[in-house]
Design a protein. Sequence first.
Lengths: 476, 247
Amino acid sequence: MTNEDAAARGTGANVDGEMPEAEPEAVTAEATIHDGDTELERTIGLVGGLAIGIGTMIGAGIFVFPGIAAGDAGPAAALSFVIGGVIALLVALPASELATAMPRSGGGYYFVSRSMGTGYGAIVGLGLWLGLVFASAFYLVGLGNYATAVLGEVGIGLSINPVVPLGIFFAVVLTGLSVAGTENTAKIQNVVVAVLLVILTLFLTYGTLNAFGVFGRATAPETFFPRGYFPVLGTAALVFTSYLGFAQVATVAGDIKQPGRNLPLAMVGSVLVVTVFYVVTIFVATSAFSATELEGFGQTAMVEVAREFVGLPGAVAILIAGLLATFSSANASILSASRTVYALSRDALLPRKASEINLRYGTPHVALLAAGGPIVLLVAMNQVEVLAEVASFLHLVMYGLICAAVIVLRRRDPSWYEPSYRMPGAPALPAIGAVASFGLIAFMDPVSMGIGVGIMVVSFVWYRYYAGTVELKGDF
Amino acid sequence: MSDRPTVLVPIRVLDGESIPEGTPALLAKAHVVLLGYHEVPDQTAPGQARMQFEERANQRLDEFERMLEDAGATVETRLVFTHEGQTTIDRMIAEYDCLAVLVPNATSEPEDVLVAVRGTVGTGRLVRVVAGLFADSDVGVTLYHVADEGETDEDAETLLDGIAASLVEAGIEADAIDTRVAHEERAQDAIVDTAAGFDAVVMGESDPTLATFVFGMPAEQVADRFLGPVLVVQREKVDADEDSTTD
């Protein structure tokens, strides 16, 4: 399990004269060892890894999308989630292989920059940072919707729509907490995910039994493809935001214990778990209400589904679960975005200052604010579908390149590339994964595509201007 | 391997913790594993802390290493950035097979050391630590046992005399050894009260129970209340650890 690489470093320097940090000397099951015998302890186990993956993903697919997706594609939205899950799995496998060969912070950015060069790395890295910012803003709008629904439930009427103010409020709170909070956030995340899975399992089991008429009120199934086949793919592109979490496991790869075993299990496992939950959720939702009704309920459609089944207690349980889920998704994304900023600054693609640690709290305040600041702006836009699609777009570009990276590395087979997990079916499966990832982008809204391409161009221009001589390709 | 007992000295190197006064003298005959560690919150990548603090941490560790070496100890240093200090400490104990861990607190030049004996289990390691550190010195060793209910004075005396004999065999002067037996309800209170008259305490690590999860390990509590250095003798680690099934 020990990769005895010679300590190497990328070459070149950025405009500020900063060079990429040296690569570690060795990676063991418990620590990363740097030159001069400094070690970085690995403290997240398999459960923690799964909690990051599931906790990031489950918020969106269940608590935000069912109404929107069913409105777009009808009961066939379940198929959209299956397509999303298959694509996610096609990416999770190569990502696992790369992660076991390079278990360092930065995830997809790290893999792509080391296998395909700094240019691709910069596009993916800056794109990942902003992709996570978009994703987090999207989750926060969802959180705002749930908080608004809670206010409605307790009978507080407001003259203005409080979704955006609440979303912004939570964005500020989350950023503040992550800068100044020293409590053990990882442990809290594990508990939140466990509570969520229990509530959802109970709810979905009841809903499924109900749909099959066990409780004596079988529902009339409507047409599976009420809007035709094409919206199924468009909806898959939209809801792909629900599958962005597994790669977040890789952004903290440097903290995962026994990375050779735990990284693949956490990534593939969390994709499988959430895919099942998503598909069952859509099935249950569309068996309780028609697509048009679900669309009318909007982001909090699942609350109405629960109310239909078990009345007020069900609605309350799903409201609480929705608050927890969107909050944990947003939180995990902010932390991953901050890790990505750190990885970029470590490699001199962003100023070293960006990963500076606050002496009072021990937290990377610059990187966290680099995530929280733009999130507040994006929440204020309140464009749920655009936020979701841009987040997916930027992630999909990275996913496609992750698949390509496996093909490139398998062919070139450099001496440092010794993954302890090798995905099956290479090069065909990663090739399909790449085509599917890039292909899904084609089904997006033109506005989202425009913003995504714009961010990629700006990222590349930034790299050429700021760090044009930095060379990170893994020839070490 | 020398017969120097391996003692882990964990120091939160960037939080102002240092090698307290008296520690170098206490560990003069030990092989010290000096662990400088820095705990970072979950939001922070350990590597991020390394980029910023490695140099300062190493300077301080070098300074501490010199203090210990000047007193006569052999020293290995490690610097670890971690989210969980305890995980790191446990890993070091396992990697170096440390006989004891020092809970560092200030003390004067050690003259009298209290050795709390719990039972017959693990006395071999206890003897290795005490003899290794204090043989051929002027340090007085007091063996102390808090008798359980139903345990007679004779039982307790037999236990302590057996350990005293092993210590003598290992090079401690017979007249430097004293034995004491107490009968009180709570061993921990008895140890803390008695320890007030000593410069350091050597005691065993107890089995983790529910109470230790709630109140912390007895050794830590003793260290908190005693305010002097406590050497916690580690249990023998079972090799078939479920967690280490990699490779």
